[in-house]
Design a protein around this ligand. Structure first.
Ligand code: GLU
Length: 604
């Protein structure tokens, strides 16, 4: 129970991050930027370069700077990247046009995202890649998740009498920082599965950092949210604030010369440019100065690792997704296995949502009980994703009332022989790559690395607080993740779709529902991504804003009383059409203050 509570707390913290509205800047000595500043676009500072402007059809704002929706469904013949920002998607497409394969494009896109979505991901973060190789028909899963430093222990997060970590040191500051995996992971992905040089795939990110990228309404809100951090550091003020110490307005350009130089070092020396020498010294200094324990030995010891994807089937389709240290793939497969035994109700009816919520609650209970880094703890993954186990759980659904579920006993279904196992890239040949990468919280630990232009992650916040649990912190261990980069093959074994999402613990339920929408309801990728979704964790249900009030009322009548609006993953995805063309899209709803997201699919 204590473990469940701790997990629920972690979940609540992740969710509350986006649930609370943007904080008004509190910069002493300067007034808050006027609420209308995002509505008054300033003219661009100089002639836009290829990545400094966003073409009209991909813009989430109008000529008055007002946040707007736009058509996100994109169709293309040869290749496509669906991402939560335009420029990195365009970078990936440009790489494919130059003859690069899907992995080349994915690595270039990931690096470009570290520049233009610095609040979400970064070179000092980590992530996962799921890659379906059309030639070998194999799917691999590459983990470059952050690990706990060797001097990190559960006791370092001192708790008060109510179990809260004093000072939120698990979420902010040096003690929340995991050993970064991003640079080593992307480098390994390219070396093993790409065709292009590291120098060529990193160069667009360097150019973007140096020449600049545009402030969208969404980015404006995220900078405003961390205004106090930006205002209290000279370099961050220079990068993200204007000459009056206000958040740079929508349409202005952000340049990050510090980041350009950091990426040049990584370009010229490979991972050694990041994990050794001056940049490593700066990171260690920043982390230790902020109370953390990361050392050079931690950076020297970091290694990404590859394993099979977690794989299952749903109505003949094959699903391959993230393995440990993510819970994502395992619990997508468990959810689909249970649902396979149950009726397919009409979409968006109370029956549909109630049944899904009951299944999600059982899955959530298993997640809290069993999941952790399998290199440190035994997890019955084969049992959790077994079809037989799913049947026993399906029988527990009562369509007349909402129930509380405890975890099941998947150990009884564990077998020796079975092997188990966000942006998306897809090409004409059927190669699919999905990478979900992150610095965890928005702007990570808020520990900024001076002179190098980036923030350190706060990935250790994904551990439960306290020792003795599957997901307790231990030196070298990865915190449990929900990230679910997923590929799906149709019943003939042909590439069908790829999907992934950020969104903390709402990721795997979100990705799972995009898959359900595509398979059970034959939605196109845009409808599959932009239809209502829920996530039920214990007694509470989070629903996306598209949900109708009449349906919510009926759910409360069944006993689902703790329902509230939020987000359920923020997906992007690409689907293969029967004629071989590609269709892609992205979540349209913004989180935080922005009404609409910057997510796009770009193809050629
Ligand atoms: N740290 C989260 C995880 O690994 C992802 C961060 C997010 O998308 O909010 O599950």
């Amino acid at each position: 129970m204590k473990r469940f509570l701790a997990l629920a707390l972690t979940a609540a913290m992740v969710l509350s991050l986006a649930a609370c509205g943007p904080q008004k800047p509190t910069h002493a000595g300067s007034s808050a930027p006027p609420a209308s500043s995002s509505q008054n676009p300033a003219p661009p500072e100089q002639t836009p370069s290829v990545y400094m402007d966003i073409p009209q059809e991909y813009r989430s704002w109008d000529e008055n700077g007002k946040n707007i929706n736009f058509e996100r469904l994109t169709t293309a013949e040869n290749g496509m990247v669906a991402a939560l920002r335009y420029e990195p998607a365009q970078v990936g497409v440009d790489i494919m046009k130059k003859g690069g394969n899907a992995v080349d494009a994915a690595v270039a896109t990931a690096l470009a995202l570290t520049v233009s979505m610095p609040q979400m991901c970064g070179v000092a973060g980590g992530g996962f890649m799921t890659f379906y190789n059309a030639e070998t028909e194999n799917t691999i899963f590459l983990s470059f998740r952050e690990t706990a430093p060797m001097f990190q222990t559960a006791e370092l997060w001192v708790q008060d009498e109510e179990g809260n970590v004093i000072g939120e040191h698990n979420m902010y500051g040096g003690l929340s920082v995991g050993v970064p995996g991003e640079v080593a992971g992307l480098y390994q992905a390219l070396s093993e599965y790409g065709t292009m040089n590291w120098e060529d795939v990193i160069q667009p990110a360097i150019d973007m950092a140096r020449e600049g990228y545009v402030v969208t309404p969404e980015l404006y809100q995220w900078i405003e949210y961390a205004y106090a951090d930006m205002a209290s550091n000279a370099q961050l003020s220079e990068i993200y604030l204007d000459e009056n110490d206000m958040v740079k307005p929508v349409n202005s350009i952000i340049k990050n010369e510090y980041m350009a130089k950091a990426l040049e070092l990584i370009r010229d020396k490979g991972p050694d440019g990041f994990y050794k020498g001056a940049m490593a010294d700066a990171m260690i200094h920043a982390v230790q100065n902020a109370g953390g324990v990361m050392t050079q030995a931690d950076l020297d010891g970091y290694q990404p690792w590859e394993e099979s994807a977690v794989s299952g089937t749903y109505r003949g389709y094959t699903i391959a997704s993230s393995n440990s240290p993510s819970s994502g793939g395992t619990f997508i497969v468990e959810t689909l296995n249970i649902l396979e035994n149950l009726p397919v109700y009409e979409f968006n009816t109370v029956e549909y949502w109630h049944q899904l919520a009951e299944v999600q609650k059982m899955v959530w209970a298993d997640r809290g009980q069993y999941m952790g880094d399998t290199r440190f703890v035994d997890v019955p993954i084969d049992g959790i994703i077994s079809k037989e186990y799913a049947k026993t759980l399906a029988n527990k659904v009562d369509m007349t009332k909402s129930q509380d579920f405890s975890y099941g006993n998947p150990w009884d279904y564990e077998t020796e022989s079975q092997n188990t196992t966000s942006f998306s890239v897809a090409d004409k040949a059927g190669n699919m790559v999905t990478i979900t990468h992150t610095i965890n919280g928005v702007w990570g630990s808020r520990v900024y690395v001076d002179d190098y232009g980036f923030f350190m992650n706060n990935q250790l916040g994904d551990f439960v607080v306290g020792s003795g649990y599957s997901n307790s912190v231990q030196p070298g261990k990865c915190p449990l993740s929900s990230m679910s980069p997923t590929v799906v093959l149709d019943p003939d074994g042909k590439p069908f779709m790829t999907c992934g999402a950020p969104g903390g613990v709402t990721i795997y339920p979100g990705v799972c529902q995009v898959i359900l929408n595509a398979i059970d309801y034959k939605m196109n990728i845009d409808e599959a991504i932009n239809s209502p979704r829920i996530t039920a964790m214990g007694p509470s249900i989070m629903y996306t804003p598209e949900m109708e009030q009449s349906v919510l009322d009926q759910l409360s009548a069944l006993g689902h009383t703790q329902v509230k609006e939020g987000y359920v993953g923020i997906p992007t995805g690409i689907m293969y059409m029967p004629d071989g063309t590609l269709q892609g899209s992205a979540e349209a709803t913004g989180v935080m203050g922005a009404e609409f997201s910057d997510g796009v699919a770009v193809g050629y």
